[in-house]
Design a protein around this ligand. Structure first.
Ligand SMILES: Nc1nc2c(ncn2[C@@H]2O[C@H](COP(=O)(O)OP(=O)(O)OP(=O)(O)O)[C@@H](O)[C@H]2O)c(=O)[nH]1
Ligand SMILES: [Mg+2]
Length: 494
């Protein structure tokens, strides 16, 4: 158990690399990726490395289990101290309490990032072990469970305490699986068994085998607890104490074995995590491609008819520029009218594009998977939408430079209405001659190209917004939504 071959450095490097991994795209299919990562880092930093650097520290025995199962009572009884509060109010233990020998105090003041109250005593059992009494794992106080789980991650042995009344509850089994996945040895205590509840022993045993757990159960019968006492008679915990002391007899071998188990399972879990992250990233790539595909070329589907209204220009006579002098004079447009037309069009175009984008985001991004709201994404594209439209209006203004100064406002209005809608082709010819049609085609495409940039950037923005926030409990729904997006893009492909 010495750091003979630079293992500490390797583990430290591994922990740092894990910590700095960017897992943003890795949470599409699993909301637990970063929790798993944090846990593996904790096991390396708070268990594996300390075991190499402090090989003589006492074994850390963590008592865990549901509220009221009698953990604190057992811990008190084992150590002969009555230091951990017990009581009828659930939950009782709010912060972890550690019983250790005076010499070992410093090993237990912070366990896996959890600040612990250490109480020292001289009971012989404390020469070899530190006993950790954890808050319950099943109460409504979520932080209790988090604390207990962090402590379990640092344990050399976990004593799972449950009672004849509570052994079937769901949460303890989840915690048990977690402890097992780490490779931690477990001792099972079925506490407070009465003659009436002896069936629970067989039942509990079957549940353990269903979970693939080997090992027998230490049964602690219900004892009389005197008023004002926080422990049961020493006899009640004799078997448990014997087992714990037994483990410490060949302590070095035991610790080497546990260290190796935890190390192996940590490495396996890191490999699994890496594979998961890799496949999540591929999946994220497919989702991104699906979204980008749906936004591709979509600006060209915009229906801009009806955007130009209130423009009163009489029908132009046939015969082109030469024949239309009178018509141009009659339809001269005051600058104020053109400014108003441009402003109205600008607003209507922005509204049209934004509501189209909103609809597409709602369909493809679908609320809940984006880091914020649909409105945040739409708002994020407002500036580029306005810039695209302003740029295009400037372009239209530039096209009338060649036109007789007095007719320029009229020419602008005709270009705008013809480019966006069918407009009056005769009017176009009266102002721009035979080149009018080409000009309109160019303007129309220029607008669509500019708007398409907005659609593409919105797709980018949406993909970025898919960065995971907290999907706890929504992972399945999320996966289903993303599958729909991808399926749609394949459908469109076909
Ligand atoms: N009569 C009797 N009462 C017991 C026995 N063991 C525990 N109790 C009582 O059960 C209640 C809960 O025991 P605790 O030791 O506080 O349980 P805990 O698991 O630490 O509970 P939390 O701290 O809430 O997680 C207390 O009132 C104890 O006195 C027993 O063997 N007999
Ligand atoms: Mg307690």
């Amino acid at each position: 158990m010495r750091n003979s071959n630079g293992l500490v450095d390797d583990l430290e490097r591994l922990a740092s690399e894990l910590e700095t991994q960017d897992l943003r795209s890795a949470s599409f299919t699993s909301s637990r990726t970063s929790q798993t990562r944090d846990r593996l880092v904790r096991i390396i930093r708070a268990y594996l490395i300390p075991r190499l650097t402090n090989p003589d520290a006492p074994l850390c025995v963590v008592f865990a289990g549901p509220t009221g199962s009698g953990k604190s009572t057992l811990v008190n009884s084992l150590s002969g101290l009555e230091v951990s509060e017990t009581g009828p109010i659930r939950p009782t233990t709010k912060n972890p309490v550690i019983l250790a020998s005076g010499r070992a105090r410093h090993h237990f003041e912070n366990v896996g990032g959890v600040e612990c109250e250490v109480i020292t005593g001289s009971a012989p059992i404390l020469n070899h072990i530190g006993v950790v009494d954890t808050p319950d794992i099943d109460s409504t106080a979520v932080e209790h469970r988090v604390t207990a789980e962090s402590l379990i991650d640092c344990a050399d042995i976990v004593v799972m305490v449950t009672s004849a009344l509570r052994y079937a509850d769901l949460v303890p089994w989840e915690v048990l699986r977690r402890a097992m996945s780490r490779g931690t040895p477990l001792i099972f205590v079925l506490n407070r068994v009465t003659s009436g509840s002896s069936g629970a022993i067989t039942d509990f045993g079957s549940r353990l085998s269903e979970e693939g757990v080997e090992g027998d159960i230490i049964v602690v019968p219900e004892h009389h607890v005197e008023v004002g006492k926080h422990s049961v008679p020493a006899l009640a915990v004799r078997e448990l104490g014997r087992r714990l002391v037994g483990l410490t007899r060949d302590r070095d071998r035991y610790q080497r074995e546990i260290f190796q188990r935890v190390l192996d399972s940590t490495i396996t879990q890191i490999s699994e995590l890496a594979a998961q992250v890799e496949s999540d990233r591929e999946w994220a790539g497919v989702v991104d491609a699906g979204i980008r595909f749906s936004f591709h070329d979509k600006a060209h589907d915009l229906d801009m008819s009806g955007l130009v209204t209130g423009l009163e220009i009489s029908a132009a006579p046939p015969g082109g520029r030469l024949r239309s002098r009178r018509w141009r004079r009659l339809n001269r447009l005051p600058s104020g009218d053109l400014v108003e037309l441009e402003a109205t069009l600008r607003c209507r175009l922005i509204t049209l594009v934004e509501s189209d984008l909103r609809g597409m985001i709602l369909r493809d991004g679908e609320l809940g998977i984006i880091g914020g709201t649909v409105e945040d994404v739409v708002r994020g594209t407002h500036v580029i939408t306005s810039q695209a439209i302003d740029g295009w209006l400037d372009m239209v203004r530039g096209e009338v430079d060649e036109v007789n100064k007095r007719d320029r406002n009229l020419a602008s209005a005709v270009l705008l209405s013809t480019a966006l809608d069918s407009g009056d082709r005769q009017a176009l010819e009266s102002l721009f001659g035979a080149d009018g049609d080409v000009l309109i085609e160019r303007l129309r495409l220029a607008l669509l190209d500019r708007l398409q940039v907005v659609y593409t950037q919105t797709a980018d923005h949406l993909c970025e917004s898919l960065a995971p926030v907290s999907y706890e409990g929504e992972a399945d729904e999320l996966a289903a939504r993303l599958t729909r997006v991808v399926a749609r893009s394949h459908f469109a492909d076909a």
